[in-house]
Design a binder for this molecule. Structure first.
Ligand code: GDP
Ligand code: MG
Length: 700
C-alpha cells in the first residue's frame, strides 16, 4: 500500500501529508504496477482528485436571473457569459438563431424568448446558475416563477430606449421580493445612446440609491469604451458624493468618518457589499453585448458583490419548482431551486401544494451542451428533476417557510376558446392543453366536457400566436382560436340579504341567511360570520366559508363575482337532519338567487397607458384615444415631444399598438400595464353562458 487516505488524513509511506475532506481511498503498489505508472504520478493524480472533491464540497452558488423588457439584450448577454466561461465554443447569436437559451424553434425563428431558460457556468470559482427570462409582458408568468428561484438579478436597461414601463414593473417586483439587483445599461454602442438621461430616469423612476461603478467614453459609437471607477480593491475614482452615500448608510463607517479616520478600500468594499445585499444600494454598470464590452466586469461584480446562496443540506427539504417541461421519452422535467436539504436519485419527496409523495428518477444538470445525471441536488443549487409525474409549475417541495410569495407581474385579461381544426384531434388537444397548463398554470384551463369546449386565459395576442405555433410544432395539432374575449367580472349593484332553506327532500337541513354588500373596487371577496355556533355548528360554518369562492365563480352574467363583503347572519342547522353537504348546496343557491334578484354590475379590466410621440401628432392621438373610451390626462410637452398618460379599457385597445404605430410612423412609444377593474355599461360589455349546473336549477 503506498497511498492512503483515511479519516480525512492523507498518508504517504505512513506519514501524514495533508488533511483532506474525503474519507477513504486507497491506491496500491499493485494498482500502480498494473497500470504501469510510477507511484509519484499516482500521487499527482490523487492530489488532483482530492482538490476536485474539495472543490465540489466547498462549492459556492449564485442563482441569478436576467430580466428586462423585450430586446434589451438579455439573451445576448447570457450567450457571452456561456462563451467566456468556456461552456460554449462560439458566441451564439439571437439574430442568427444560434443562441443556447432561445432553443425553441419559435424563439429561434422569431428572435424572442418566450420561456425562461437556465444555464450554469463557473466564474471566479463560483458556480453561477443563470435564468434568462422572456421580456414580453405576455410571458410574465414565466418571469414571476423564475423570481422565486433567484438570489439576485441583473436588470438590463437599453442605453437607447431607457427605462420602460415593463422595466418599472420588474423593478417593483424585485423590490417586493427583496432580490438584490445590478442595473446593467446595455447597448452603449448604439446611436442614440444617452447614458446621462438613462441614469436620470433610473433616479426618477426606479431609485436614487445607486452607485455608478464605471464611466464611459465615445458613447453611441462602436469605439465606445468603459473605465472602471471601482476596481476590486480601489475606490479611488469614486466621486465624493458616492463615497459619502456608502458611508452614510453604515453606522460604523460613519462614526469613523466623523472623527476623521481614513476609511480603507477593504472596509468600503465590505460595506458596499453589505448594502447591495440588503437592497439599500444598487450598482450601475455599462456595456455592449454586441461588442463584448463590460461583460467581464459584470461577471466580476456578480461574483464579488452579489450574495451567494445560503442553505444547509442537512436540514429538512425546502424547494420550489419554478419551471416544468415535458420530454417525449422522460416525461416531466421540473426545474427546482433547493433552499434547504438535499435530494438524491430515488428519494421520495413531498410536493407541498397537492399533498403528494413522488419518487425522483434522475437529477440532471446542463453541463456544456448536454444533460448529465448528477445524482444529487444540494441546498443552494438548482437542477432539473425527472420522475415527478404530477408536478406543476409553482409546486413547493417540502417545507414552505423558506419560499417567498409569488409576485404578480401581469394578469391574464383575455379568455379564448380553442378547438381543433380536425375533429379527430379533439382528445389529443385536450391532453396537450393539460400538459401546457402544468407548465403554465395561469392558462387556467376550463374543460367543458359536455359542451366539448376548451377555454384558456391568456395575457395577450402574442401568447396566442405562440400557443398556435407550439401546438402545431410540438403536438402536431392544427387549432382554431375563437375571438378572444376580455375577462369581465361582476359585482353586486346594491346591498341585500340572501336567504335559502334547503330542508326538502329529507333527510337534509340547511337554512342560511347572508348580508351581501358591494365592496371597494379591486378589494376582492371578504367573508365573515356573526352567527353563533348554537345556530349553525362550526363544521357547517366551515363548509359555508369553503363554498363561497366556488359559488362566486359565476354570477348572473356568467363572470366571476368580486368586490363584495359577505356576512353569514343566520339561520340554523338541524341536530339530526343536517350534513355538511347541505350547506354546500344551500349557500350557492341563496347567493345566486340574491344576485339575480338584486342585480350585478359588469366590471371590465383597465390598463394604464403612457404615450410619447412628436408634438404634431397630439391632436390625432387624443382623437383616437377618445373613441376608445380612454381617460386622458394632461399632456406634458418637452423638446417637441409630448408625454400623455391615463387609463384605457382592455376591450377597446387590443389592437391599438398597430394603429398607434401607423399614426406615429413608428416614432412613438405606447406602453401599458394592468391597472384594475372598473365599471362598464352592460351594453358595451359581454355576458357569457353559465357553465355546469346552475344553483338556480333547483331540480338538479
Ligand atoms: P432580449 O430580448 O433581451 O433577450 O434581447 P436579445 O439578446 O434577443 O437582443 C435583442 C436585439 O438587440 C438583437 O438583435 C441583438 O443583436 C441586439 N443587441 C443586444 N445587445 C446589443 C448591444 O449591446 N448593442 C447593440 N447595438 N445591439 C444589441
Ligand atoms: Mg431573450
Amino acid at each position: 500500500m503506498i497511498l492512503v487516505v483515511k479519516n480525512n488524513l492523507f498518508f504517504y509511506k505512513n506519514e501524514i501529508i495533508k488533511k483532506v475532506s474525503i474519507n477513504i481511498l486507497e491506491i496500491s503498489d499493485k494498482n500502480s504496477q498494473n497500470l504501469g505508472l510510477s507511484p509519484y504520478y499516482l500521487l499527482l493524480l490523487l492530489c488532483i482528485k482530492i482538490s476536485r472533491v474539495q472543490m465540489l464540497q466547498n462549492r459556492k452558488f449564485i442563482n441569478i436571473g436576467i430580466v428586462a423588457h423585450v430586446d434589451a439584450g438579455k439573451t445576448s448577454i447570457t450567450e457571452l457569459f456561456l462563451y467566456k466561461s468556456g461552456i460554449t465554443r462560439a458566441v451564439g447569436s439571437v439574430d442568427k438563431g444560434t443562441s443556447q437559451t432561445d432553443w425553441l424553434r419559435v424563439e429561434r425563428e422569431r428572435g424572442i424568448s418566450v420561456r425562461s431558460a437556465s444555464a450554469s457556468f463557473t466564474w471566479n470559482d463560483i458556480n453561477i446558475n443563470i435564468v434568462d427570462t422572456p421580456g414580453h409582458v405576455d410571458f410574465s408568468s414565466e418571469v414571476e416563477r423564475s423570481m422565486l428561484a433567484m438570489d439576485c438579478a441583473i436588470l438590463v436597461i437599453s442605453a437607447a430606449e431607457g427605462v420602460q414601463s415593463h422595466t418599472e414593473t420588474l423593478w417593483n417586483a424585485l423590490q417586493k421580493t427583496k432580490i438584490p439587483a445590478i442595473l446593467f445599461i446595455n447597448k452603449i454602442d448604439r446611436a442614440g445612446s444617452n447614458i446621462d438621461s438613462v441614469i436620470a430616469e433610473i433616479r426618477k423612476e426606479l431609485t436614487s440609491n445607486i452607485i455608478v461603478m464605471q464611466s464611459v467614453i465615445n458613447e453611441g459609437s462602436d469605439a465606445v469604451e468603459i473605465s472602471n471607477i471601482v476596481n476590486s480593491n480601489s475606490f479611488s475614482s469614486l466621486s465624493e458624493n458616492s463615497i459619502e452615500s456608502i458611508i452614510h448608510n453604515d453606522e460604523i463607517l460613519l462614526d469613523s468618518y466623523l472623527v476623521g479616520e481614513k476609511i480603507d478600500s477593504q472596509k468600503l468594499k465590505m460595506s458596499l457589499k453589505d448594502q447591495f445585499h440588503k437592497n439599500e444600494l444598487f450598482p450601475v454598470l455599462f456595456g455592449s453585448a454586441k461588442y463584448d464590452i463590460g461583460i467581464d466586469d459584470l461577471l466580476d461584480v456578480i461574483t464579488e458583490y452579489m450574495p451567494v446562496a445560503k442553505g444547509d443540506s442537512t436540514k429538512p427539504l425546502s424547494g420550489i419548482v419554478y419551471k416544468v417541461e415535458h420530454n417525449k421519452t422522460i416525461g416531466k422535467i421540473a426545474s427546482v431551486r433547493l433552499f434547504e436539504g438535499s435530494i438524491k436519485n430515488r428519494d421520495i419527496i413531498h410536493l407541498g401544494n397537492n399533498d403528494l409523495e413522488e419518487k425522483v428518477s434522475q437529477i440532471r444538470k446542463l453541463q456544456g451542451q448536454k444533460y448529465i445525471d448528477v445524482g444529487e441536488l444540494m441546498a443552494g443549487d438548482t437542477a432539473a428533476i425527472c420522475g415527478l409525474s404530477s408536478v406543476v409549475s409553482g409546486d413547493i417541495i417540502g417545507n414552505p417557510d423558506q419560499i417567498k410569495d409569488s409576485i404578480s407581474l401581469n394578469t391574464p385579461m383575455l379568455t379564448a376558446k380553442i378547438s381543433p381544426m380536425n375533429e379527430e384531434d379533439y382528445s389529443t388537444l385536450v391532453s396537450a392543453i393539460h400538459i401546457l397548463s402544468d407548465e403554465d398554470p395561469t392558462l387556467d384551463l376550463i374543460w367543458l366536457k359536455d359542451e366539448r369546449e376548451l377555454h384558456i386565459k391568456i395575457m395577450g395576442l402574442i401568447q396566442l400566436e405562440i400557443l398556435e405555433f407550439v401546438l402545431s410544432d410540438r403536438f402536431q395539432i392544427a387549432v382554431n382560436f375563437g375571438k378572444p374575449t376580455v375577462i369581465y367580472k361582476e359585482t353586486p349593484a346594491v346591498p341585500f340579504e340572501a336567504y335559502e332553506e334547503y330542508t326538502m327532500p329529507k333527510p337534509c337541513w340547511a337554512v342560511v341567511r347572508f348580508k351581501i354588500e358591494p365592496g371597494a373596487r379591486n378589494s376582492g371577496i371578504k367573508y365573515n360570520s356573526i352567527v353563533g355556533v348554537n345556530s349553525i355548528a362550526v363544521r357547517y360554518q366551515n363548509e359555508v366559508e369553503r363554498t363561497i369562492p366556488i359559488a362566486l365563480q359565476q354570477g348572473p352574467f356568467g363572470w366571476e363575482v368580486t368586490d363584495l363583503i359577505i356576512t353569514l347572519i343566520g339561520d340554523e342547522d338541524h341536530n339530526i337532519h343536517s350534513r355538511a353537504g347541505d350547506f354546500a348546496v344551500a349557500s350557492p343557491m341563496a347567493i345566486m338567487k340574491g344576485l339575480k334578484e338584486n342585480g350585478t354590475k359588469l366590471l371590465e379590466p383597465i390598463l394604464e397607458y403612457t404615450i410619447t410621440a412628436n408634438e404634431d401628432k397630439l391632436g390625432s392621438i387624443v382623437g383616437s384615444l377618445t373613441q376608445l373610451r380612454a381617460d386622458i390626462g394632461n399632456p406634458n410637452i418637452e423638446n417637441h415631444r409630448f408625454t400623455l398618460s391615463g387609463t384605457i379599457p382592455v376591450s377597446t385597445s387590443l389592437d391599438y399598438s398597430t394603429k398607434f404605430s401607423s399614426l406615429t410612423g413608428g416614432k412613438g412609444k405606447f406602453a401599458t400595464k394592468f391597472h384594475g377593474y372598473k365599471e362598464c355599461p352592460i351594453e358595451l360589455g359581454e355576458t357569457t353562458p353559465f357553465r355546469g349546473i346552475n344553483p338556480l336549477d333547483r331540480a338538479k
